[in-house]
Design a protein around this ligand. Structure first.
Ligand code: F6P
Length: 321
């Protein structure tokens, strides 16, 4: 099959570095004399026929910008077969021969369906702050999200120490504790609550009480949103120990901002690799980077990946607190 025109879209939660990926996809494709169609608002844009032509200038000066110039959405309509059929018809009408999708596990599931149902050639690029898909050491956006959370927690540490308080800080990550664990280690947090480990409330409250008796009264406890809500942890700690707590939910702050160098480099390498893969006639695959090497994985294998560093990081954190 000869590819003359590709489509590119971003889908699901945006992440810093998605623009760098869109830029790399567009310019690699143009350099190979392909036409490029930008699909606005992810899969929903295929249903709404919201498509623009992309040229070299369309992606000028976006490598440093957070969010996604193509906009993104979580499309309910695309989830059902009728929506997917409309999406396929839109692609055909626009003479789009292949698609590059940038997003997380939901985006990959949609891509698997498009590949299997019609079949339509799709290649996936991992773009999500959560780092919860397989086939890559990190997803585009997660390094920036970690650094953003780190800056915020460093600030909280100043006030926690000055006012001698216990702070519970909730970070994003969907069902993954990847951001929480790394940010906890990097900020010298006293504890971390993540979905990958059973959390022992009794152990935490005992630790707080023992520490308090010894005069340690400023704490940072990081919790992953997919494990325990900061408000609940703070309430439980206060009820059990009588100690004063404050909680902060960092939320979408972590999803925005200019991507750090690691995310820009990852996005740029993967954007180019995705187009090269399509040009070789390979699809139904996702590109990633494992141990610095570009890696190709079957899209349907994109399931939640266990974090191999959980035990090592938590032990280290406890040892150093
Ligand atoms: O998948 C990225 C993410 O930011 C998750 O960390 C979070 O659970 C979710 O998206 C929030 O989604 P929304 O912006 O739709 O509320």
């Amino acid at each position: 099959m000869i590819i003359k025109k590709i489509g590119v879209l971003t889908s699901g939660g945006d992440g810093p570095g998605m623009n760098a990926a869109v830029r790399a996809v567009t310019r690699t494709a143009l350099a190979a004399n392909l036409e490029v169609a930008g699909i606005i608002r992810g899969y929903q844009g295929l249903i709404d026929d919201n498509i623009i032509a992309m040229d070299h200038r369309s992606v000028s000066n976006i490598i440093s910008r957070g969010g996604t110039i193509l906009k993104t959405a979580r499309s309910e309509k695309f989830r059902n077969p009728e929506g997917k059929k409309i999406a396929f018809e839109t692609l055909k009408r626009h003479n789009i021969d292949a698609l590059v999708v940038i997003g997380g596990d939901g985006t990959y599931k949609g891509a698997v369906d498009m590949t299997n149902l019609f079949p339509f050639p799709v290649v996936g690029i991992p773009g999500s702050i959560d780092n919860d898909i397989t086939g890559t050491d990190e997803t585009i956006g997660c390094e920036t999200a970690i650094n953003t959370a780190l800056g915020a927690i460093d600030n909280i540490r100043d006030t926690a120490q000055s006012m001698e308080r216990i702070f519970i800080v909730e970070v994003m990550g969907n069902r993954s504790g990847y951001i929480a664990l790394r940010v906890a280690l990097a900020t010298g947090a006293e504890d971390v609550i993540i979905p990958e480990r059973t959390f022992d409330y009794r152990a935490l409250t005992k630790e707080l009480e023992d520490g308090n008796k010894k005069g340690k009264i400023s704490w940072i406890i990081v919790t992953a949103e997919g494990s325990a809500k900061a408000a609940e942890v703070a309430k439980t700690v206060t009820m059990t120990t009588g100690l004063e707590t404050r909680y902060v939910v960092l939320g979408h702050v972590q999803r925005g901002g200019s991507p750090v160098a690691a995310d820009r480099i990852l996005a740029t390498r993967l954007g180019a690799a995705a187009v090269e893969l399509l040009l070789k006639g390979e699809y139904g695959k996702a590109v990633g980077v494992i141990h610095e090497e570009i890696t190709i994985t079957d899209l349907h294998a994109a399931v939640k990946r266990p974090d191999s560093r959980t035990e090592e990081y938590t032990k280290l954190m406890k040892k150093l607190m």
